[in-house]
Each structure stands twice: as C-alpha cells, then as structure tokens.
Design a binder for this molecule. Sequence first.
Ligand SMILES: Nc1ncnc2c1ncn2[C@@H]1O[C@H](COP(=O)(O)OP(=O)(O)O)[C@@H](O)[C@H]1O
Ligand SMILES: CC(=O)OP(=O)(O)O
Ligand SMILES: [Mg+2]
Length: 399
Amino acid sequence: MKLLVLNCGSSSLKYQVFNMQDESVLASGRVERIGMEDAILTHEPAGKEKIKQVKQILEHKTAILEVLEVLRSKQAGVIQDFSEISAVGHRIVHGGEDFSASVLITPEVMNTITECIDLAPLHNPANILGIEAARESMPDTPQVAVFDTAFHQTMPKKAFLYPIPMQLYKKYKVRRYGFHGTSHKYVSEKALEILNIPLESSKIISCHIGNGGSVTAILDGKSLDTSMGMTPLEGLMMGTRSGDIDPAAVLYIMNKEEYTLQDINSMLNKHSGLIGISGISSDMREIEEGLLNGNENATLAFDMYEYRIRKYIGAYAAAMNGVDVLIFTAGVGENSPILRKKICENLTYLGVELDSQANEIFSKSARMVSTPNSKVKVLVIPTNEELVIARDTQRIVSS
Ligand SMILES: Nc1ncnc2c1ncn2[C@@H]1O[C@H](COP(=O)(O)OP(=O)(O)O)[C@@H](O)[C@H]1O
Ligand SMILES: CC(=O)OP(=O)(O)O
Ligand SMILES: [Mg+2]
C-alpha cells in the first residue's frame, strides 16, 4: 500500500510517500519559506538524485501543486499515476474538542475543520487546501485527518481551562487545546524506547521548536500540559508569533492604533516573534547569523526566544514535580546547538548536564546530548509527524 502524507505547517509543506509494507519512504520532501520570494522546494526520491529548487511560492496551494507535479515527474517522480496512491493522510492542526483520534475525512469532518479556521488561522486554511488539492487530483482516494490537538485531549481541566467565566467554555468551548500533538507523542515514545524507561512512570518535557513552537509536559505517557492554548498563538515566542502577552496590552494596542480584529490578529500571528523583535527574519538561521555577527536586534530576539523556552521548562518541571527526560525536536530544536546550549546551561539546578561535544554534532538520528552523569537525560529526536500520520491512515483505511 502506497500512502501520501501532507503536513502543512505555517511556513512549510512537508510530504512523504510511504510503502506501508515495510514503512519505507519512496520520496520525501518539503517546501520551506512559503510566502517568501525565495521559497525552497527540496525533493528526495529514494534511489534517485535529490532536487532543490528556489522559486517564488507565495501560498500553500501553489506549494501543493508543485509537490503533486514533482511526484509524477519524469526524472524525480516516484509514481506514474495517482491511482497508485491508496490513501492520503493529512496533518490537521485544529480539531477542536471533537476529535481525540484520527478519522476518515467526510463532509462532516470537513465542516468541523472549517469551523476551526478561526482558531488556527495560519494552519487550518492550509490544511483544507491540502485536502482539496488531493481530492481534485485523486477524487476516489480515501483521505484521513490526523489532528495536532488529539494527543492533548488528556489534559486535565485545571490545565486546559482559562480562569474566565465558566459559561464561555460551555457556550463557545473557549479552552486550551494544544498543538504539535503528533510530534510530542512520537518523540516522547521514541525517547522512552531509547532509554528503556516504562511509559507508566516517566516525566518528560518535550520542546517542539520549529517555526511554530510548543513545550509539553508528558506525565506517564500522557499530555499533562502544553504551552499552546486555544490557538497556536499562546506560549513560546515563535518565528512570527508573539506567544504569551498580557491580554490587556492587546486591548491597549488596539485602542491606540485603532486596529480591527483582523489587524491585531495579523500583528500577533504574522509580524511578532523573531521577525517582530529582530526586524531581520523569522528564520532562526538568519537570527543566528545576526547573533554571530553581533547584531543587537538579532541578539535580543534570540535571548528572548531562549528565555521563554527555558521558563516553560521550569514551569513544567514544577507541574510534574520533576523531570527525567528533556527532548528537543523540530526545525530549530533539531538543528540549533547554540539554542540547546543556552537553554541547558541555565538548567543545572534541575540536574541537566549537557555534553557540549555531543550537542554540536549534526545528525538525522535520535541522539543523547547529555553527559552520562546528567540526572535529566537530554535527547535530540528528529520528529516524524508524517510516519505517525501514515500509520494512522493505514489503520483507518484498512479497518
Ligand atoms: N540549521 C538550522 N539552524 C537553526 N534553525 C534552523 C536550521 N534549519 C532549520 N531551522 C529552523 O527551523 C524552522 C522550521 O522548522 P519546522 O519544524 O520545519 O517548522 P514548521 O513545521 O513550523 O514550518 C525554520 O524557520 C528555521 O528557523
Ligand atoms: C501548530 C503549529 O504551530 O504548527 P507549525 O509549527 O507547523 O506552524
Ligand atoms: Mg511543523
């Protein structure tokens, strides 16, 4: 069975084609920097040469069409016809309170995903475009939705409710949902496997740091708390998102600048975070370059970004009365030794001891970056949201 998985992130589209007989990857790739003049499409077909194209890709729809094209292309394609694809698995960022597991996409499921657009304005529209594009090219192929929010449905009320009048939760489901669940689940299970720790007695803090970022406290294998909230805006400072901010500051700014709801939404989601503070870029690679060159704004952006991650780690150690395992994953978490170093050197009070040499090694494999004596084991685990999505998709279409 060949499966196509589409993972539309806020700034990227990742995809993989799997042969589920042995879970081998026939092709994988990504379109990065969607929305910029110099977006990058990287396509890696198994046994063929890797392709890299830099071109203007302003929206997710264009990105998806480019991917569907390259999958069937002469030199780099891995299928001749879409009929070879048995099912398509989609990452869906917001599923509200309705989904604690993956589902086959039906018109009702589409309605719920559409209703959740307000709650994930950078993501659900891209996810819907992915479903529509796949449906246009493969009208008879089953499609499955795998939700970022599902893993966090185990959060207790004390973690998922906001301290506002209760009727707002009852009336509108205003609550914290959490995101990147597929990734937090995958890397936490992988960590337990590597360390040979039983699921039932483990305290893990998982840091998914990509363009969007979230930290999750995982107690005995279940999400206890996570930094993102009702929308993927709460929590950490991100590439373009503010993360935590006093709600009164938002009201104040709206009043002073005469902002509409759309203006303020756009300001907080698209023009804040690394780009808002540095004025340089939302891409951590460019922030790090600025940091190394002594650029003041880039240095400030980096320091704030790191500090806010570290504060969440401290909070979640408190929430679980300790931590055994600290995981770094996603674009920045996997590829930024300097960020991991800055975070870990201020966590010695918890018993974190980073192995500075191991930390500098770049690798696509999961690895330990703490010293043998470190009380808290620190791991870098490349996430694989696509594999989790493929497994769920296979399970659902086979049943
Ligand atoms: N070598 C690297 N060093 C530092 N940051 C990197 C590196 N490679 C990628 N990144 C960061 O990873 C981010 C993308 O992470 P990713 O998890 O793919 O994001 P998303 O899924 O939210 O689009 C980029 O914005 C970039 O800042
Ligand atoms: C939920 C979210 O922020 O996703 P991403 O990191 O892929 O943008
Ligand atoms: Mg992502």
